[in-house]
Design a protein around this ligand. Structure first.
Ligand code: ADP
Length: 584
């Protein structure tokens, strides 16, 4: 490459020198020739006029032949004296009587007209090229002729000198061009080598240059860029190392997956969890044999949102929680946390509560039975009053144990949901029919506000339980009003069921915690109304088990809306499609 630059530069410089010397040659030669001829012309005119004046003055005193000879010698030209008819009277170099008539010579014609005439042509007499200049006299004209050959000899001498000077200039230029091209191509060559080193990854390469021209400035800028690149690279390598150390010291397993679902990075904790050999570029499906993890990764790749799941088959007998998040490069990072111990403790807690509730069931039933029998048989009003208190509390405890059992059951998720495609209308009607008697007893009516033609994939009994808890709350906390509205509406591709009452509503600060177990806005009122504080927690878990969401919105003095969203089932899409076709 350096050779090519050198050659190009050299050729360019040679062309420049060649063109400029040729142009100079041409210009100088032309100018020179032109000015020589002009000067010669002017000189001959002056001399011809002086010749004419002398002839006029000396006519009859000195013979024409002598005059011609003297003037010819003085002017170093051929001198001729011609009469009006064109006849040559005397000539400094030829015999006048033998010469042709000059009447038609252009310079002579001009002189006869009173001007100084000039012409350049080959002489008939001598056969060489002359510059002729004729000046008028009273009897005709005088003429001077100068051979052009001597002017041409002068010009070719000058030409030769010019050529010699040009050749010297060319040689000097060539030497300078050689040195210049060599220096530039050497400097460019250094830069190319430097750039190749940087490209090959050697960021420690340097390009020392200290001049002030553009090439030096380019070299210095490249050098500065390389330094900057090296510093940035070191910083990057340091932070990468820190991050790797940090991730490797974590108990959680981390694996990054490329958009092609191949392992892009993993930490130390991930290695024991891999089914096969874990290496960069291994397809995730071969590295980790857990369908839920693969599903979560595929979902995050598609939707670009954070997703979580519980993994049961990553490692035998262990449970992992995974959180997957999208990476800026289009991939996904998964953090796997071993939650076996937490799950075990949680299960122990749930089992304990379920067992206690279960164990309390029988004694409570017998307590209630005996209390009611005693009440029937007792005549003492004080004793009846105490027995009533015992009965009420036993009933509360019984409700509490039932709710605790239900909560433990739905929380564990162990009980499989019997999910089927069921229409919104059916679920709402079922709720209306089931609870209308209870509502009427409290002076309230249950109305279906809206019921779209949509289907959800749900466990009827579980959803019945959800409606039971929500309607029960509405009846408890909105007593004194006239109606409760239930309904469903399509929202964000889901079906949102709701139970709306027109009671006192709930202060906004309580809303975020309302679905927590045992959370009550007004404990005394809840207890008085027979509440356990577990109804909404049960609702939340049943809805979560369906993959849905539950929530509340409320306005003080205007009432509350408790809602839960279930995703619309595919059967519904078909039904909706058919319905739309029928409508259309
Ligand atoms: P409880 O058995 O006490 O009703 P829940 O979990 O069903 O327990 O409800 C939690 C609390 O939410 C209740 O104690 C009550 O304060 C409030 N709440 C629930 N539903 C309503 C409603 N429809 N109107 C007003 N407050 C309500």
């Amino acid at each position: 490459m350096t050779k090519r630059v050198f050659l190009k530069l050299l050729i360019l410089l040679l062309v420049v020198i060649g063109v400029s010397t040729t142009a100079l040659d041409l210009l100088v030669r032309r100018n020179w020739e032109h000015s020589l001829l002009t000067q010669l012309n002017q000189d001959l005119r002056d001399k011809a006029q002086m010749f004419a004046a002398r002839v006029e003055h000396e006519v009859g005193i000195i013979p024409f032949q002598q005059l011609a000879k003297e003037e010819g010698a003085a002017a170093r030209a051929r001198a001729t004296i011609i009469d009006r008819s064109g006849k040559v009277l005397a000539d400094s170099e030829a015999n006048a009587s033998e010469m042709e008539n000059h009447a038609t010579r252009p310079e002579f014609v001009a002189a006869l007209n009173g001007h100084v005439g000039a012409d350049t042509r080959t002489s008939h007499t001598l056969g060489i090229e002359f510059v002729y200049v004729a000046a008028p006299t009273s009897f005709g004209a005088v003429r001077l002729a100068y051979p052009l050959a001597s002017v041409r000899a002068d010009i070719s001498k000058i030409e030769k000198e010019l050529l010699e000077a040009s050749a010297v200039a060319f040689l000097v230029g060539l030497a300078v061009a050689l040195v210049g091209a060599e220096s530039i191509s050497r400097r460019l060559g250094r830069m190319v080598a430097f750039a190749q080193e940087i490209a090959a990854g050697n960021l420690a390469a340097r390009l020392p240059e200290s001049g002030t021209d553009e090439i030096s400035q380019l070299a210095m800028t490249l050098d500065k860029t390389a330094r900057q690149l090296e510093t940035n690279f070191h910083n990057l390598a340091n932070s990468r190392q820190q991050l790797e150390t940090l991730l490797n010291s974590m108990d959680d397993a981390v694996v990054a997956v490329s958009p092609k679902q191949e392992v892009a990075w993993f930490n130390g904790a991930m290695k024991p969890l891999a089914a096969g050999k874990l290496a960069f570029g291994t397809p995730l499906i071969r590295a980790v044999r857990d369908p839920d993890l693969l599903r979560v990764v595929a979902e995050v790749l598609e939707k670009r949102t954070v997703k979580s799941a519980t993994l049961y088959s990553v490692s035998p007998g262990r449970i992992f929680g995974v959180t997957s998040a999208p990476l800026p490069d289009g991939g996904v990072v998964c953090v796997l946390r071993d939650s076996t111990e937490i799950a075990r403790v949680e299960r122990t807690r749930r089992d304990f509560i379920a067992n206690v509730s279960h164990e309390l069931r029988t004694p409570l039933t017998s307590l209630l039975g005996y209390t009611e029998t005693l009440m029937d048989e007792s005549a003492d009003s004080k004793a009846r009053e105490f027995l009533e208190i015992i009965r009420r509390n036993a009933q509360r405890m019984s409700r509490l144990t039932e709710d605790l059992l239900t909560l433990a059951r739905v929380e564990s998720g162990e009980e499989r949901l019997q999910q089927v495609s069921v229409s919104a209308n059916e679920l709402l009607r079922d709720a209306q029919v089931s609870f209308s008697e209870l509502a009427t007893g409290k002076g309230l009516a249950i109305e279906i506000a809206e019921s779209p033609e949509a289907t959800v994939f749900a466990d009827r009994d579980a959803i019945h339980q959800v409606f039971a808890n929500l309607v029960d709350n509405a009846l408890k906390y909105a007593s004194g009003t006239k109606k409760i509205e239930i309904g469903a509406t399509e929202r964000f591709g889901n079906l949102e069921f709701y139970v709306r009452d027109f009671g006192q509503g709930i202060p906004s600060e309580h809303l975020p915690r309302l679905f927590e177990r045992f959370y009550r806005v007004d404990k005394a009122r809840s207890r008085e109304a027979g509440g356990t504080g577990l109804g909404l927690a049960i609702v939340k878990h049943i809805v979560l088990n369906h993959g849905g969401q539950a929530g509340v919105s409320s306005q003080l003095g205007h009432g509350s809306v408790f809602w839960f969203r279930l995703s619309i089932s595919e059967v519904n899409a078909e039904v909706a499609g058919e319905a739309a076709m029928k409508r259309g």
